[in-house]
Design a protein around this ligand. Structure first.
Ligand code: HEM
Length: 527
């Protein structure tokens, strides 16, 4: 499986490879194999969907392969891609401390984020402080305190679906939703806005939510490996005007984030009652955290950035899977019917009794991971893996898409199969496996601090939707399950779902009665 040779005749890129290799000591093990450079500037590949190209290279060159981008030592670097599970555990997890740094990012990090976005912050004391502050609000035991907000916002999500039906026709039993992704986005924006600033936006069209999402889209595109050549050829930053688009983006973000936190600050200064939020905590702790006003604003703002768009996409992916795999959908509904019944909607207190639902959540994270390409880490020490060298200073990427497609752990990986995550014990009890992981939230010390929140959100929304509705594809518009946006946090391209209420009503009640019954069922839910 592992190929290591380049059979091309001597080319200038090979000479450069050779010169670069002289900078390593002769006793060091070789770099992991990889595709030959296609020019003196190294390996080129499309930034869009590069995680799929990396999967092809994983199949060709093995679980760990290396690329060259630019000329190492002259602004360019080595990139090591990890594409299989065991290698991810042995490198990304076991060497977490040596890989907790991020590579210098001139485009997305220094310019667009002004060096303040935690996602792109280099390791060190400042990073530790930021991470500690985030953990204080996102660790599993804190998440339970957000269950009421998550539940009430998920309830609004159900109303958004019902209202979309009613706005189109109040008399039909089923309806084709074209806006369900907007409803998921509104849910996620509301939850993270509540977490970050203690307020809930009224709609997805809320100008602040729209402005934050504009910033996120810009970030998502700027962060794809190779998207901005300045990250490989740093001299480009001196070309007048080259980075203008990102500089303008930074001014917009900073203004927005400062404005949002300022609102909280002013309310606190006026002595108004301010709901507990991450922003409020940061304002109170700012002196001990040693952060400037801009840094504090960015920390709260980038939590919104990291959590809103990603959670919305995860919910839409779960609904896409349920729509495309009716048998898997039915297994969850059978579980909901037998554990909870049709008399009341599911809540967080049911989560441990719903292994099929949780297995479905894990499988949808694996099947179409939101952050398919993972985020780049940087090695602060030489790391030796199976007699290959991952050199200090190299960029190391755990390719989430590939790790979740490791055929040894996930046979027939393109198939959506929630049963991979299920184990049946000696008494025939169905349980969730605790020995399997596909790393949708990244690796080691940079693992997503919002993972528990994101999992809780996906669970409650999936459980509520499938408790309330049968989902089916729209026969006129088949779903392409590979059609996703090109950004670092990928969203499914718009797709339709046909929603039909699961409540049974008698024919005399009329077709639309189910929608009214559902609305009543959610009237007091979570309040
Ligand atoms: C399904 C939803 C989500 C996915 C798929 C996701 C995925 C990720 C990934 C892959 C990383 C980088 C890990 C690495 O470098 O190895 C990350 C980092 C991060 N995530 Fe999430 N995330 C999600 C939701 C959230 C939520 C809800 C929040 C906060 C409320 C959040 C906050 C963050 C932050 C602050 C970082 C930067 C951490 C660092 O660089 O140290 N994420 N996320």
């Amino acid at each position: 499986m592992v190929k290591s040779t380049n059979t091309n005749p001597l080319t200038s890129s090979m000479i450069l490879e050779f010169l670069a290799s002289l900078s390593r000591t002769t006793h060091q093990p070789p770099l992991p194999p990889g595709p030959p450079a296609d020019s003196i500037w190294g390996n080129s590949f499309e930034a869009a969907f590069c995680y799929r190209r990396f999967e092809q290279w994983t199949q060709e060159y093995g679980p760990v392969f290396s690329l060259r981008q630019g000329i190492p030592g002259l602004g360019g670097n080595r990139t090591i891609i990890i594409g299989r599970h065991q290698a991810a555990v042995e490198i990304m997890e076991k060497h977490g401390a040596d890989l907790s740094d991020r590579p210098t990012s001139i485009a997305a990090g220094e310019t667009l984020s002004g060096g303040m976005r935690v996602l792109l912050t280099r390791s060190g004391e400042r990073f530790k402080k930021l991470r500690k502050a985030l953990q204080s609000h996102l660790q599993p035991k804190s998440i339970a305190s957000y269950h009421p907000v998550l539940t009430q916002t998920a309830r609004q999500h159900m109303f958004d679906i019902i209202d979309e039906h009613n706005a189109k026709s109040s008399t039909t039993k089923s309806f084709t939703s074209t806006r369900h992704q907007d409803h998921a986005r509104r849910y996620a924006a509301a939850v993270v806005m509540a977490l970050a600033y203690g307020k809930v936006p009224l709609s997805y069209e809320d100008p602040e939510v729209q402005a934050v999402n504009r910033c996120l889209t810009r970030l998502g595109y700027a962060m794809r490996p190779g998207a901005w050549k300045v990250d490989i050829f740093p001299f480009l930053k001196y070309i007048p005007g080259y980075l203008n688009e990102l500089k303008i983006g930074h001014r917009e973000e900073l203004g927005l984030f400062k404005g949002q936190l300022q609102e909280v600050r002013e309310k606190m200064a006026r002595g108004e009652e301010v709901p507990s939020s991450f922003g409020k905590y940061l304002i109170e702790q700012q002196p001990s955290l040693g952060l400037s006003d801009n840094e504090t604003a960015y920390l709260a703002g980038s939590m919104f950035g990291a959590g809103s768009d990603t959670s919305a996409s995860a919910i839409s992916v779960a609904l896409m899977a349920a729509t495309c795999y009716p048998e898997a959908q039915k297994l969850i509904q059978d579980e909901l019917d037998s554990v909870i019944g049709r008399g009341r909607p599911p809540t967080f207190s049911d989560q441990d009794s719903l292994p099929q639902t949780m297995a479905f959540v894990h499988e949808s994270f694996r099947w179409r991971p939101v952050t398919s390409g993972g985020f780049p880490h940087r090695a602060t020490k030489d790391v030796i893996w199976q007699n290959y060298l991952i050199p200090k200073g190299s960029t190391v990427i755990g390719n989430v898409w590939s790790v979740g497609r490791d055929p040894e752990l996930f046979p027939d990986p393109e198939r959506f199969d929630a049963q991979r995550w299920i184990v049946t014990d000696a008494d025939g009890r169905v349980e969730l496996r605790d020995d399997l992981k596909s790393y949708p939230f990244g690796f080691g010390r940079r693992v997503c601090p919002g993972q528990h929140m994101a999992t809780a959100s996906t669970f409650i929304n999936l459980a509520l939707v499938l408790w309330a509705f049968n989902l089916a594809p729209d026969a006129k518009n088949p779903i392409d399950t590979y059609a996703f946006t090109e950004s670092a946090n990928a969203h499914p391209m718009p797709f339709n779902i046909v929603f039909t209420p699961r409540v049974s009503v008698t024919p005399e009640d009329g077709e639309a009665k189910g929608w009214e019954v559902l609305k009543e069922a959610f009237e007091t839910y979570g309040l």
